[in-house]
Design a protein around this ligand. Sequence first.
Ligand code: BDR
Ligand code: CA
Length: 313
Amino acid sequence: PRKILIDTDPGVDDAMAIFLALASPELELLGLTTVFGNVQTDLATTNALRLLEIAGRSEIPVAQGARAPLVRPFGGPVPFIHGEDGQGNTFLPPPQKAPLGLSAAQFIIETVLAHPGEVTLVPVGPLTNLALALRLEPRLVEAVAGVVLMGGNALVPGNASPAAEANIHNDPEAADVVLGAGWKITMVGLDVTQQVLMTDAQIAALAAIPSAMARHLSRIVPFYREFARRRGNWGGIHLHDPTAILYLLHPELFTVQQWPIRVETIGVGRGKTWPNPQTGSSEEREALRPWQGRPPVGVCVGVQGEALVEIYL
Ligand code: BDR
Ligand code: CA
């Protein structure tokens, strides 16, 4: 199986992604690292531990990460989307286990260097921990198998603002570092995640699966569904974070472009991921500052969403 580390801010769709990874024999989850975003970092850590306990997988380690973005203060959690507790206001009991005694960035470095070329990083929250890890250990660029992230919006509007997707909006400076690092990286952004729609009938089918993981999801998804109902009338929920895991399992169901990305860090566009889809000679492309010298990023632009939701179930 493919070794992965998930960096997460759980989060209803984060829980859905983590459980999909745990239920997939193709993947070996080596650990969870936590970050602020849907909730504050301490609660993200508590939730990561709780989710592993629900799944009966509390042997998997959890390392706590950054409590704030690299440069500007954190804008705050989103209880109206994921609940005060990040888990649909189900208020789970405290976890039995504690996180590791090292930071997310340190744990990422140690794990990747212990298995050179084998570990794929899967961040589904703000990219702060990855940027910090890169700063501490530049050899990560060569040592990872790859990075598959949920975040960004290349060709469609944002969700945290008209310009920006939430994970990138929460730390644009970190995202610009991570998307420019020169490692093998794929951006699974709103361009595709908004096309992976789990309908109400499918949510009901999920709730009927006899497992502890499905039972927990059946308790937390309705809160997230209510937010989706207020936002737009899609007839279900978008599987943002699970789509990053689905990309690992079924990349053939995605269309991917190789485009360099810059992240806007100022003004109303803060957090916007700008691709440079310019064709022509590499010299002509290079001449387009501020993309000059930026490495290509795999940008998911098309997806077979219905097939992926069936696979999820
Ligand atoms: C992303 O933002 C968070 O609310 C979700 O968990 C997901 O990672 C979607 O924009
Ligand atoms: Ca998330």
